[in-house]
Design a protein around this ligand. Structure first.
Ligand SMILES: CC(C)(COP(=O)(O)OP(=O)(O)OC[C@H]1O[C@@H](n2cnc3c(N)ncnc32)[C@H](O)[C@@H]1OP(=O)(O)O)[C@@H](O)C(=O)NCCC(=O)NCCS
Length: 159
């Protein structure tokens, strides 16, 4: 895997149906580590099809460097999943994915973004704080009743 020199090598775009398996495998490998695999290809494919979800990809050429899944409802948007391939971490890919989704939420008239992150995922918690998210509360046993989550929120109107 060749590392791009700059973030300019990364292109954002909507996921294609054929991305479902790669995204599901990235979720298993990078996000759901140590938990039962819940984001399998069929579930990801549903979100790619669903009108109230956006599945966003970051590509370098044809290679998937990262992805994010956001689900929209009337008042809030829920960031379900986000991952960047380790080779591409630290280049700003995660920030670009989140900012793209935030712009989309604003366009849709949805200003509150909510997400849960594993309490032990200190790196991701720092990442979201850098992007303006605040830690709202801890949810005990959120992941399969065995692992706690931290709910994080960003109000784009305040931002
Ligand atoms: C968390 C993750 C998405 C960050 O992606 P990334 O592309 O490396 O992040 P960026 O390069 O866009 O970083 C954006 C900002 O967050 C900061 N940041 C990123 N990772 C960080 C970490 N582990 N610790 C502290 N700060 C961090 C960066 O320094 C940067 O700050 P700046 O823009 O103010 O200089 C990526 O590490 C990842 O996919 N991790 C595994 C999966 C995961 O935990 N997903 C989130 C929960 S679903």
């Amino acid at each position: 895997m060749e590392i791009p020199k700059t973030i300019a090598d990364v292109t954002l775009g909507l996921a294609r149906p054929s991305d479902a398996t790669t995204i599901a495998r990235m979720s298993k490998r990078l996000i759901e580590v140590g938990l039962p695999w819940s984001w399998k290809p069929g579930r990801v494919a549903e979100h790619i099809r669903h009108r109230e979800s956006v599945v966003l990809t970051a590509r370098v050429g044809e290679e998937l460097a990262g992805f994010a899944i956001m689900q929209f409802s009337d008042k809030t948007a829920h960031l379900n999943l986000l991952a960047v391939e380790p080779t591409y971490e630290g280049l700003g890919v995660g920030r670009r994915l989140v900012e793209w989704l935030e712009e989309t939420a604003i366009t849709a008239g949805t200003f509150v973004i909510v997400l849960e992150v594993r309490a032990t995922n200190v790196g991701a918690r720092w990442f979201y704080r850098r992007l303006g998210y605040r830690e709202d509360r801890c949810i005990a046993g959120y992941y399969c009743r065995v692992e706690n989550a931290v709910r994080m929120v960003r109000d784009l109107k305040v931002a």
